[in-house]
Design a protein around this ligand. Sequence first.
Ligand SMILES: Nc1ncnc2c1ncn2[C@@H]1O[C@H](COP(=O)(O)OP(=O)(O)OP(=O)(O)O)[C@@H](O)[C@H]1O
Ligand code: SF4
Ligand SMILES: [Mg+2]
Length: 335
Amino acid sequence: MSAASSARTPLLRVSGLRTWFPIRGGVLQRVLGHVRAVDDVSFEIAAGRTLALVGESGCGKTTVGRSCLRLVEPQAGSVVHEGVDLLGLGRRELRPYRRRLQIVFQDPNASLDPRLRVRDAIAEGMQAFGIGDSEAERTERVVALLRRVQLDPDQMWRYPHEFSGGQRQRICIARALAVEPRLLVCDEAVSALDVSIQAQILNLLLELQQELGLAYLFITHDLGVVRHLAHEVAVMYVGQIVERGPTARVFSDPRHPYTRALLSAIPSADPFRRATRVRLTGDVASPARPPAGCRFHTRCPEVFERCRRGAPGLVPVDEGESRCFLAERSEPPAA
Ligand SMILES: Nc1ncnc2c1ncn2[C@@H]1O[C@H](COP(=O)(O)OP(=O)(O)OP(=O)(O)O)[C@@H](O)[C@H]1O
Ligand code: SF4
Ligand SMILES: [Mg+2]
């Protein structure tokens, strides 16, 4: 494939993804309903690019990430990587692709086995995927990976609890890199860290992206981080993407009332911006019982009659998409 065509081909193309969780109850544990955690989500990420997935707690961000890696099983849609729909593969067929898509979680304690020395935690995946011909070769690779994430390789025989939170997150990144992924899902990967440590880890992720051409699906509720890191943003509300587009455009000219509210809540030293903060009233809608019509209508400052009757689809705006009837008015004329 030529450089030009590979630049155009997305590394990951997600279409119509649906992951609902059954709600069971009663003596017979019958299915009483579903949590529509992810409800018709589509996006693409190209090599070397970062798509940030943002939205309030419970809107479905983690479930999107886990569904792409099949850590939970979606019921519909497709997740295409290297021309193959990962959702259509059996467990064995999926294995080689597992290596290409790795995840880094918020809590490094939960993802590192406290009984495994750092060397073994990093080498574990290599061994599973047959990377390196011998233990010595894998150890050599661990040394290089630790150096790459700016940790002292002399510490590789220590246990995770002997490291700080930021160092543990570096170990998790080295562990993910060990199997030569092409995409990392970073799920609130820096949220638990002090701000100065966050900045260091974010810089490391940026360097790795430039060096290795990694793609990131960067899940966060911190819009300040998004602005520095992401090429594109997708804003989720109750299981659906409500706005998507290049970061610069979404931040300067948000086309969905929910995006405007989220952005106006970013702490700002600018008194004008503080005065224009949009305060959302009303409870966050439940993904178990999404409101009829537009899912955001119970909180939308711009709601009008039509919003209670019908559900808006995603419409193209000049750069990206918005799921709002108001955006239809700014739809670019057909060519
Ligand atoms: N395994 C599961 N079984 C049942 N419900 C689940 C499961 N995982 C997630 N949910 C529900 O799906 C919805 C979306 O959850 P998810 O964790 O994806 O949200 P999130 O956007 O990542 O939230 P947060 O910002 O708090 O991490 C929530 O209502 C959650 O309770
Ligand atoms: S469709 Fe209506 S309720 Fe929904 S975001 Fe747009 S204006 Fe608000
Ligand atoms: Mg989450």
